[in-house]
Design a protein around this ligand. Structure first.
Ligand SMILES: [Cu+2]
Length: 139
């Protein structure tokens, strides 16, 4: 009788501790997911700053900032549109897209990531604004 009581108490304790841990882990997972979903936590390698939808940024080479970025083979570049207008990140040059990558129209705050698997120099541009040009150098 006494052994049974001890066993029951033990069972209740183990169950309680188990449930507490499960709830703790679950709530931690949820908050991690929420953090991950926040667009502001995305690391921007290159930004499209404000007002580049009008010509002028090409004079200071600042349509994409930085306009030239160097990475290693296998690494990715993440572009974030910080302007209030649509922009794209499209491989090649205006009128001659290479087809390697194309973000299509990026909404404000939207981002695009591409992984460069091969060494080379890659020009890119914005399909909406011919003056917007950038370059990725993969070593
Ligand atoms: Cu643009």
């Amino acid at each position: 009788m006494e052994k049974k009581t001890i066993f029951l108490i033990g069972l209740i304790l183990i169950t309680t501790v188990g449930i507490t841990f499960s709830v703790m882990l679950l709530s931690q997972n949820i908050s991690d997911d929420q953090k991950f979903d926040k667009p502001k936590n995305i690391k921007a390698d290159v930004i499209m700053p404000t007002k580049v939808s009008r010509p002028g940024c090409e004079n200071t080479d600042s349509c994409y900032i930085p306009s030239k970025i160097e990475i290693k083979k296998g690494e990715s570049v993440n572009w974030v549109n910080q302007d209030a207008a649509f922009h794209s990140v499209t491989a090649g040059s205006y009128g001659e897209p290479s087809g390697l990558f194309d973000s299509t129209y990026l909404d404000p705050e939207e981002s695009f990531t591409f992984i460069f698997e091969n060494v080379g120099t890659y020009d890119y541009f914005c399909t909406l604004h011919p003056w917007m040009k950038g370059q990725v150098i993969v070593q």
